[in-house]
Design a protein around this ligand. Sequence first.
Ligand code: B12
Ligand code: SF4
Length: 516
Amino acid sequence: MLNERIDALLINPPWISKDENIWHGIKSAMPPLGLLSVAAYTESKGHSVKVLDVHVEKFSAEEVIQYLEQTRPKVAGFSVVTATANAAHAIARLVKQVVPDCLVVFGGVHPEAMPAEVLCNLAVDVVVRGDGEEPFLELVQGLPLEEIGGISYRQGSTVIHNRPRPVEMNLDKYPFPAYHLAPMDKYYPAIGAYKRLPAINMVMTRGCPGKCNFCNSAKTTLRTRSAEHVVEEIKYLKKTYGIREIQFYDDTFTVMKPNVMKFCELMIKENLDITWAAFVRSDCFSEEMAKAMKKAGCHQVLIGVESGDEEILRNIGKTINREKTAETIRIARKVGIDSRAAFIFGNQGETVASMKKTLDFSLELDPDIALYNICTPYPGTQLYKWAKENDYLVSEEWSDYELSSFMMRLPTVTEEEIQNFYKDAHRDFYLRPISMWRRLVRVTSFSQIKDLIHAFFFIVLRQKASQRDGIRKDWQHFDKREFYDLLPDVLAAPKLTFEIRRENHKMSSEELKQPV
Ligand code: B12
Ligand code: SF4
């Protein structure tokens, strides 16, 4: 006899690189917070919900099918970023094959940016744009699609974009992410990012007022949870899962100063023995804040430096100059917090000279960890729009969009020049004695020794040290066109541009009821 059907299954698709030898061998796998937040909210309203993290479970297609046969969800929701879009499409087809009447919903940054294209796959019924908690609940409750704000769907072969919903400012109304539905013992943090295990990720804020042209978070409405709510969640994680470290994945954790100071005050008062790391922006950081953060357990700050060339910084919309960045790293070091800085090669307007400035600047800044990426024009960003309009996109095969592949041609610099900087930068940075020494003295556990070996293989030999990701060939080597049943019709549908998506929030409630 078949089991009782569950109301909702939330699926995290696998993230697999086509190139076995790149970065992924040393990447993290952490709980998918957006998906778990949607799961928690749906469950809190009385629905039966399960989470399937295909990525961390390393499930094959056969195992996914078995899982679907056992659970037979009425609604299946996927969390999708550009790099996981193909695998999500493939699993959506499996869902329709096993449970044909299941409503398949895609959420996350990629479907938000490309709803019409995503809906070319007939196995996808609905795209949720923006925060997923309310619209997903309404889908599970079976509300008519035309009454649900913030979604896109097909009517025949036409795509309808319902108006966006107003952005939810009160994040405390949402329950903690549904960690209890996820395989918590299987997650692991990124190399170099953690001091102690077990570690977990959290967010205090959503959105970013920044305007960086390469970033999907640019110009999104900023809101914060209260410090009290965040500390309650930390206490819960410590008590339930023995968590000793938190990685805050907020776009800019320090952007709302009073709340950050309150958070630090509470962490100090509660004396929870938790270490943590967070993203800061140089214009939202000060010695006063750094001292409070250090006292409250912060051991590492992450900084998006991006470039060492002021003109490039202006081109990409990063309004932070070199001096301010240097000051941030100085302050962090002074109070005893490590710094982890990220740089990009191949930005709009880049030349060999500007990339050299970036590399030199990273060595001069001398953060404890440096990350170098290749500029990637993700759909939904201003950079994508610019690259598309100028015919600079190398391909729109989404599985290649993973920050280590050359995806955007530039008139000012060649692919080989960008690739050379990308490869050499890691070596130039990490093979310095000071850098090696810093990594070695921070080792406090066996897992960090293993991490260092992985990192050495990647940086020096550009190989994976082992198959840490496992082999999941079922989700590799797709061509996105395989999934597009309706391409010509759907592409004729109205486009949801960057401007419409961002500015619609100002519309009146009457206007919001009309489709775009
Ligand atoms: C944490 C994080 C990671 C972690 C992932 C850990 C994890 N399991 O979450 C790590 C470090 C592994 C990572 C890796 C990568 N990441 Co990342 N990452 C983030 C980050 C900083 C936070 C994500 C988060 O937790 N947000 C908080 C939650 C609450 O928000 P949310 O995820 O957006 O979810 C809400 C909505 O999107 C929606 N939603 C989401 N899922 C679903 C599902 C359904 C069914 C519904 C209805 C709604 C819905 O509802 C949620 C709640 O309201 C975001 C930036 C950001 N601000 O979101 C970048 C971001 C998602 N990453 C990005 C990138 C580029 C990558 C990499 C490709 C980079 C690389 N090569 O190293 C890989 C891709 C791997 C992957 N599978 O994600 C880009 C994605 C761009 C794009 N167009 O795809 C982002 C947006 C950064 C940016 N600002 O540009 N990342
Ligand atoms: S790169 Fe950072 S500061 Fe810039 S828009 Fe994105 S999240 Fe905001």
